[in-house]
Design a protein around this ligand. Sequence first.
Ligand code: HEC
Length: 284
Amino acid sequence: MRTRLTWAITVLSVVLLAPVAGAVTEVEVQADIDTFQGYFKKRFPNVALADYADGVNALPAYSERRANWELLMEFPPFDPEMDKARKEWSKPFANGKGLADCDLAPANTYPVYDSGSDDLRTLAGDINVCLKANGEKPIKNVKHGKMARLIAAYREQFNGQAMAVDVSHPGARRWYEEGRQFYWAKRGQLNFSCANCHVHNAGKKVRGDVLSAGLGHGVGFPVFRTKWAVAGKPWGTVHRRYGGCNKQVRANPFKAQGREYKALEMYEAVMNTGVPLKVPSQRQ
Ligand code: HEC
């Protein structure tokens, strides 16, 4: 009886305490950042930390196409869309307030851990919370269209500011760890992890594409993509892109703004510590 009770208590405490005991320390997170960024520094010595904001355009293997991209950037195809985005951003709510009155965190600090709910706040989530609180309809599609434009209009105000996500709370680090696991776990019929493509094979060509470095992922989002524009939905949030990358390895994509992608966003955002925002971006 006693042993059974002891056993039950042990199991219970392992189950209950495991997440707390398992949370990585801040020192460990910093070591992860140093290893991740150090890897790319060694691999691409001529690419500065800030350049990773340009995604694949920053890598040497892309140099032949870079000239095209620079030319395109003289009259960026997203300009008219950005005008629209800024107008949508400043359109007042029915109650006279507006998005500028929302309680948003600085764009370079998302995702933000909320200890009350043990949840991660993303910018898309916060925009919807604010719309609702003001009697406006939340935006259903959080992958493209209006939500992407609003995110672009807000984030561009923080361009040049270095990514700085707060991981001082153990709860934030549990989310971080969940995202780290997701990033390095193999999945799909092709059995690839994010790291297989964006760390180990970054800068290499696959089927006409060059693989971007995982470093910098997300700081340029939302992006305006030629490929997506052809299909009529040029904008994509970073969760839209995650879904696309999951599908590429024939894995089922997860829900945008769901738990898995929020954790993934946390991991990538932390790895980007120090990389400046550059929003919006154009991608192929
Ligand atoms: C089979 C290889 C492959 C895998 C695995 C893969 N991706 Fe990608 N990913 C690509 C390609 C190709 C692109 C488009 C070119 C580029 O920017 O790298 C891309 C683009 C991206 C971008 C856009 C970068 C930018 O600045 O435009 C992000 C973010 C991204 N991937 C994240 C992920 C994450 C997170 C995972 C794991 C869930 C993942 N990818 C898994 C191939 C892959």
